[in-house]
Design a protein around this ligand. Structure first.
Ligand code: MLT
Length: 323
């Protein structure tokens, strides 16, 4: 296979092995981790490919202003492509590729960590110790064994979560309009016929789907009202799948006993302290992490290789669809 020529812009940290793979294919790679949006816009015209994580928003506006004549491929070092305007890219003949598998286990492991932290008040208890306290009464937890976990979205990540939580002795119910009962059964979960069925049954609810027009605010006031009193909610997928105002209200009223959130509508939420995202991140009933679902050494290596291979394939002109 012949060598490629061309330039790749990498404005967010990509594992060295991914960069090396691009270079071995003949590409020149510019890792420029400190670019402002304006600088990104000004630089984009010089590149044949762009590789981003979730921090860079490749909007229609950015593509219009940059009008990047050479750009042929945008690679997303991760699963979700909601930070890339797919229609605007395809109108310009730009192919968008992602890394659909490399960080799924990391996202599932983070979900389990958040589930445990939520059930046993790990973060608040640790913070109290750091504050020189020894308070054994304040942090009474709840058990996971024999509780029902509702998994909304039963793709690669939802299945990995289900498998692990079955190992914790939980009953797992799943809702996914695109998933067959044999698939849920193969990991020991039960398929619900409707979202309502899952809402009624679950002590904990975790969402694992992309953010799209149909999943936006899927968990809202109406759906929350159908949940068990004292339900606990997790989002390690995308900010916006859960309506943040509705979640805040439900935490205040006690309908929702606690939430574990890795993702927010506004990221970083501390930049928007009065927004619902900002208030949720600081809420005493919320365990919050800064979009760490994919942040393991192993997952970042895997997605870097996976996206680099997809970008090379796309630049060669072979078909490499986003999945
Ligand atoms: C993803 O969609 O893969 C995650 O959000 C990970 C990331 O932010 O890189």
């Amino acid at each position: 296979i012949g060598m490629l020529s061309g330039k790749v812009l990498v404005p967010e940290k990509l594992d060295d092995d991914g960069v090396a793979l691009l270079e071995r294919a003949g590409l020149q790679v510019a890792c420029r981790y400190d670019l402002s949006e304006e600088q990104l816009c000004a630089a984009l015209g010089e590149y044949d490919a762009l590789i981003v994580r979730s921090g860079t928003k490749v909007t229609r506006d950015l593509l219009e202003r940059a009008s990047p004549a050479r750009l042929r491929v945008i690679g997303r070092a991760g699963v979700g492509v909601d930070n890339i305007d797919l229609a605007a890219a395809s109108e310009r003949g730009i192919v968008v590729v992602n890394a659909p598998t490399g960080n799924c286990v990391a996202a599932a492991e983070h979900t389990v960590a958040m589930l445990m932290a939520l059930a046993r008040n790990i973060a608040a208890a640790d913070a109290s110790m750091k504050n020189d306290q020894w308070n054994r009464n304040k942090f009474m937890g709840v058990s996971l064994v024999d509780k029902t976990l509702g998994v909304c979205g039963f793709g690669r990540i939802g299945r990995e979560v289900a498998r692990r939580c079955r190992g914790l002795g939980m009953r797992v119910v799943a809702y996914d309009p695109y998933c067959a009962a044999e698939v849920t059964k193969s990991v020991g979960a039960e398929l619900c016929r409707s979202l309502d069925e899952l809402l009624h049954a679950s002590d904990f609810i975790t969402v694992h789907m992309p953010l799209t027009e149909s999943t936006k605010n899927m968990i809202d006031r109406n759906t929350l009202s159908k949940c068990k009193d004292g339900v606990r909610i997790l989002n390690v997928a995308r900010g916006g799948i859960i309506d943040e105002d509705a979640l805040l209200e439900a935490l205040e009223s006690g309908k929702v006993a606690g939430a574990a959130l890795d993702v927010f509508v506004q990221e970083p939420p501390n930049k928007f302290p009065t927004s619902a995202s900002g208030r949720l991140a600081k809420h005493s009933k919320v365990v919050a992490t800064p979009h760490l679902g994919a942040s393991t050494v192993e997952a970042q290596l895997d997605v870097a290789i996976e996206v680099a291979e997809a970008v090379v394939t796309a630049l060669r002109g072979d078909f490499a669809p986003t999945t």
